[in-house]
Design a protein around this ligand. Structure first.
Ligand SMILES: Nc1ncnc2c1ncn2[C@@H]1O[C@H](COP(=O)(O)OP(=O)(O)OP(=O)(O)O)[C@@H](O)[C@H]1O
Length: 244
C-alpha cells in the first residue's frame, strides 16, 4: 500500500475564513518533512486535515487516514484528567484495535516497553497531571510507539521541552524515518530543521516553497513568508467555489 499524501488546490477553512489556501504538492512515502511558517500560517490546520480531523475543505486531499498517528500540540491537551501514564500509552492500541476490545497481556507489555523506551520505566501508575512538560511529551511519544503507524504527524513536538528530552525524541523520529515511515512535523526551530529534516514545506497560508530543506529555507523565501503572513487579511472570506 502506498502512503503518499497529496494535496491538490487544497483550501481549508474555519467557518468561511481560509486557514490554508490553494495548496498543492505531495509528501512522498517515507519522507521526513518539516512544516514551518509564521504564527497563524495554517500549519496545525493542515496537519489536522491530513489526519481527517478537519471538515472545512475545498480541493483534494489524499491521505491514508487509517494509517496515521497524530501528536497534537501539547496546549490542545487536557492533563487534569486523572489518568495514568500507562493508560495514556494503552490508548495507542485502542486507536488501532477499537475501544471495546480487551487488551492482551502482550499489548500491555508493549505499552510498558514503550514507556521504558522513552526513559520512563517505573512511571506506569503516575498520573499524567503530575508530570513535567518533557515527561508528558515522552509519554505521548510512547503512545506513538505503541500505535506503530506508518504515517506520523507531529505538531510542535519539541515545544517547551528540555534539551535532553528534545534530543531523545529527535532520535526516535530519526529511527522512525529509518524504518520507512512517513513523518510530517510542525516546527519553529529552524536550526533543528536544517540539521535533521531533509524536506521542508514553508507555509504562509499558501506554500511559499516545498522541497529539499536547504533550497526552501533561504533568506528570500523566509522574507517572502513573513511578508505574505503580514499582508494576509485574517477577516477575508475564502474564495470557495460555492461562496461566489
Ligand atoms: N478552531 C478555530 N476556529 C477559528 N479559526 C481558527 C481555529 N483554529 C485556527 N484558526 C485560525 O486559522 C488560522 C491558521 O491557524 P493554525 O493554528 O492552523 O496556524 P499555525 O500555523 O499552526 O499557527 P501557530 O504557529 O501559531 O501554531 C489562524 O488565523 C487561526 O486564527
Amino acid at each position: 500500500m502506498s502512503y503518499e499524501i497529496s494535496l491538490s488546490d487544497l483550501t481549508l477553512t474555519h467557518g468561511r475564513r481560509a486557514a490554508v489556501h490553494h495548496c498543492s504538492g505531495r509528501f512522498a512515502p517515507g519522507s521526513l518533512t518539516a512544516i514551518v511558517g509564521p504564527n497563524g500560517a495554517g500549519k496545525s490546520t493542515l496537519l489536522r486535515a491530513i489526519a481527517g480531523l478537519h471538515s472545512g475543505m475545498e480541493g483534494r486531499l489524499q491521505a491514508p487516514r487509517a494509517q496515521i498517528a497524530l501528536l497534537p500540540q501539547a496546549a490542545a491537551l487536557d492533563r487534569q484528567f486523572p489518568i495514568s501514564c500507562l493508560d495514556v500509552v494503552l490508548f495507542g492500541h485502542w486507536a488501532r484495535a477499537g475501544a471495546f476490545r480487551a487488551l492482551s497481556r502482550g499489548e500491555k507489555q508493549a505499552a510498558r516497553d514503550a514507556l521504558a523506551a522513552v526513559g520512563l520505566e517505573g512511571f506506569e501508575a503516575r498520573l499524567v497531571g503530575s508530570l513535567s512538560v518533557g515527561q508528558f511529551q515522552r509519554v505521548l511519544f510512547a503512545r506513538l510507539l505503541v500505535q506503530d503507524a506508518p504515517v506520523i504527524l507531529l505538531d510542535e513536538p519539541f515545544n517547551a521541552v528540555d534539551a535532553r528530552t528534545a534530543q531523545d525524541l529527535v532520535r526516535l523520529v530519526k529511527r522512525w524515518h529509518g524504518e520507512g515511515r512517513t513523518i510530517l512535523a510542525v516546527l519553529h526551530d529552524l536550526e533543528l530543521v536544517r540539521a535533521e529534516f531533509p524536506e521542508t514545506l514553508l507555509l504562509a497560508r499558501e506554500p511559499v516553497a516545498w522541497g529539499p530543506t536547504a533550497e526552501v529555507l533561504t533568506a528570500a523565501n523566509r522574507m517572502k513568508a513573513r511578508m505574505m503572513a503580514e499582508a494576509w487579511d485574517a477577516e477575508a472570506e475564502a474564495c470557495l467555489r460555492d461562496a461566489a
